[in-house]
Design a protein around this ligand. Sequence first.
Ligand code: ZN
Length: 491
Amino acid sequence: MRECFELRDTDAGGRIGDLAVPRAGVTVETPALLPVINPNLDTISPRRLADEFGAEILITNSYIIHGDDTLRERAIEQGLHEMLDFPGAIMTDSGSFQLSEYGEIDVTTEEILAFQREIGSDIATPVDIPTPPDVSRERAEAELEMTQERLEIADAADTGEMLISAPVQGSTYSDLRERAGSHAEETDLDVFPIGAVVPLMNDYRYDDMIDVVAAAKRSLGADAPVHLFGAGHPMMFALAVAIGCDLFDSAAYALYARDDRYLTVRGTRALEDIEYLPCSCAVCTEHSPDELRSLPPNERETELAAHNLHVTFAEIRRIKQAIRAGNLLELVEQRARAHPTMLDGYRALLDHAAQLERSDPVSKGSFFYTSHESARRPEILRHHQRLERLSVPDSLLLTVDRSAPDDGFDEVWRVQPPFGPFPRALSKSYPLTAEVPKRTDRAALEAAAAGITRLVEANPNASVTLAHRGWPTGVLETVPESVQLLDLLAE
Ligand SMILES: [Zn+2]
């Protein structure tokens, strides 16, 4: 067991956890946002991040500090916490990003880890190789090997109480991400960033991002805190949490502010295009869009950055509440409507329903069927698995409502799209208490038919009749031929 991370709640692949950071003497609740602090530019001071926004952890770049004589001396003399004036936990990056941008850097993993320890970092990072998406397999494999060697160096280094991150690379090759995940899992390292996903997010490839994370998660243990490196837009946090990400770092709040861009959970808006501010943070209640636009550039940047952070932290809280209430996937579904590429991301997430099912609680507060994608949620998959274990009488009527003539059957079970059949005894148990629309859709009927098929195939000797109400032929054709059909609309 990894001692630094403890799970408290789960919903789908999402979790609320406690990340103990011994060197800082604090426990960070996850999902957590790590605002990125550029040691040279202070858009919002770290002290303000803690006091006004409740930031428990931030991230800064040890390589930038190492490369600047003044900063380096101050950091060594004062320590990071005093230099930045931040009371929470501080994670440091290593220069890997600079390596990927400029092709080379002038420190080794040993040197930068020792430096991170010297300046008082709480979570340090080795110099991994961020392999971009879509490179050749040879390159992805060769660079993954280098990353793994560096993780082994980090694993063997004397780093005291400082936690160490173990970045998981492998480009867009799922099997390499899986291999990287199991290698990282075997080390004694502590935090697991999924690396080099920024290019995917910059290209709105949220479906590929989900596949990459899902692959890494398959081989990382449930007690491994996972960091989605470089993911800072609040629009995609719920999606990323649902596949199992626990930590996010946001430079977006400051970078977007510098470009006069205003973050919302439904995407980014240019300040010049905004007539009404859809937010009730202090910045947005105290200014009109015109007032924001007429501020001097520095002030405007700070105000926009503050708004961007408020939106981002609010979304993290909303996600935690959704995990507590058991409706994280409903939140993901709402966010998926913000952009077609987000919908691709949600659909990719549902491709991994079996993986999500393993951490999904058996019982939750509610199941709201709010789009045809809901028919592929893990709860439905689990119900279908359960159908195989139920005992079935010799003759069974499955019916969509009470109007079916039920004499002559040993038992009558309800059929509820999207779940399919279930015995009366289960009708009050989750997820069969779901709220579903009266106007059912084809995806729900198809999922119900798949449940019937599963039940019939597990009980080939039972005589099964399905009383439906005008189900389309295409759906009925997916049910085994042995099932007698009765259309209640035709009665
Ligand atoms: Zn606002």
